[in-house]
Write a protein that binds this ligand. Structure first.
Ligand code: PMP
Length: 443
């Protein structure tokens, strides 16, 4: 073993890393909670001893069923029964658990080809490629598209997977202030001219990357503004729809559907199946030429395992339900329930006097706690009331903008949300979280 006294730093020694410090500070009661069962309307937590919050916690052998406000189960497709689960079970009987190969070798089945067609159709693009993980989709597709001599301009609050892919692509990276179109235009002007005559463009490609719906903020990208700038400055636009596909727009088809903008205005619509579809993996939708290029150049697909049978069937079945091809009316009902629940909870929290971030139609509702010490305290207050929530702090947010991120689902009933509002009301009093006497009724 390398030893400190020999002049080597032990591998675990990064005390400057926030996450490690947090473990040392033992405030991770609210993080890494082990669960059992389906992450649906309710979620079952495994109880653990309170005297040992560390990763080596001891399980007590008992469980607690909680109202689940933590999973990205926007349309309620995370369930162990119903059309999706039945189809997935049959799929395992026919194909087994894994294809035991990458897409590039012997891991492309008829299921993959069907799902790619379905996804391209649903998103409204010419072609789609699917990948076994959302994170890896971003991490390996940016290097497949841009590299040396290219400029990648990223929203300041883009997800870690986008930042990861951007960095390993080798492009020059610049950022603009979150959702600020004036700042994006400033970056474009500065980077395109760079003191050169207007006719010279010093970049092989320019790619602007944003998210459809930002999961820490609940904000929606300014798609009309981005499309206008794209026309003016001639860059390619990449939109990560991890949280917006299936969750936004009258037909659940994401931000283009929401804003009434044709998907053909955007170069790449990326998304994940881990949220609205209750499945796993990611996709890229684009022109056939771009998708073909990605298939043969992205390392994740070439060297990684292909998406698995049950997952593919879950994606296909949930997609067909949303599109009304299976169980007519059910998809529409789920979308309407999600839209109602999102607005109902947001308005209820505002009425109680909480500060919440984001767009009125966002199913992610960040409720501000501000002080980092209130992170475990809020989580604890909720657990006392048998509600599980995700709390977020530095470095995922600025130090004094700690927050709870409530994830609304079509699976929640109005009674569930009323129960949550009552719990927040009480916890808000205990932790002094309310910053006003609430907005006037009807506002
Ligand atoms: N993009 C965004 C915007 C995300 O929020 C996430 C994960 N939450 C990912 C990509 C990665 O997707 P996955 O969890 O499906 O790997």
């Amino acid at each position: 073993h390398l030893r400190e006294r020999d002049g080597y730093a032990p591998l675990y020694s990064d005390f400057d890393n926030f996450y490690i410090r947090r473990l040392q500070l033992r405030i991770n009661d609210c993080f890494r909670r082990p669960v059992t069962g389906v992450p649906g309307r309710f979620i079952t937590l495994l109880d653990r001893t309170s005297e040992d919050f560390n990763l080596s916690f001891k399980l007590t052998g008992t469980t607690t069923e909680t109202l689940n406000m933590s999973s990205y189960n926007y349309l309620g497709f995370a369930q162990a029964d119903g059309e999706c689960a039945d189809a997935a079970e049959q799929s395992i009987r026919k194909y087994g658990i894994s294809f035991c190969s990458s897409r590039a070798d012997i891991g492309t089945s008829d299921l993959h080809l069907d799902v790619e067609k379905l996804v391209a159709n649903f998103v409204g693009m010419e072609a789609a490629s699917i990948h076994s993980m959302g994170f890896v989709t971003n991490a390996s597709v940016f290097p497949a598209l841009v590299g040396k001599g290219c400029l990648l301009i990223s929203d300041q609050l883009n997800h870690a997977s986008i930042r990861f892919g951007a960095r390993i692509s080798g492009s020059v990276i610049d950022m603009f202030k979150h959702n600020d179109m004036m700042d994006l235009e400033r970056v474009l002007r500065e980077r395109i001219s760079q003191g050169q005559p207007r006719t010279h463009r010093p970049w092989r490609k320019i790619l602007v990357a944003v998210e459809g719906l930002y999961s820490m903020e609940g904000t929606m990208c300014n798609l009309p503004g981005l499309v206008a700038l794209k026309k003016k400055y001639k860059f390619a636009l990449y939109v990560d729809e991890a949280h917006s596909i299936g969750a936004l727009g009258p037909r659940g088809r994401g931000v283009c559907d929401y804003f009434g903008i044709s998907p053909s205005e955007i170069d790449i619509l990326m998304g994940t199946f881990t949220k609205s579809f209750g499945a796993n993996g990611g996709y890229i939708c684009a022109s056939k030429a771009i998708v073909d290029k990605i298939r043969v150049t992205n390392a994740g697909t070439i060297f990684g395992e292909s998406p698995t049978p049950a997952v593919l069937t879950q994606i296909a079945t949930s997609l067909k339900i949303i599109a009304g091809e299976i169980a007519p009316g059910q998809g529409e009902e789920r979308l309407q329930r999600l839209a109602f629940n999102s607005r109902y909870l947001r308005l209820g929290l505002k009425r109680l006097g909480f500060i919440v971030y984001g767009h009125d139609d966002s199913p992610i509702i960040p409720l501000l706690l501000y002080h980092p010490a209130k992170i475990p305290a809020f989580s604890h207050e909720m657990l006392k009331r048998k509600i599980s929530v995700v709390v977020v702090g530095y470095p995922a947010t600025p130090l004094i903008s700690s927050r709870v991120r409530l994830c609304v689902s079509a699976a929640h009933t109005k009674d569930d949300l009323d129960r949550l509002l009552a719990a927040c009301d009480q916890a808000g009093d205990v932790l002094q979280l309310k910053f006003s006497s609430g907005i006037a009724g009807g506002a």
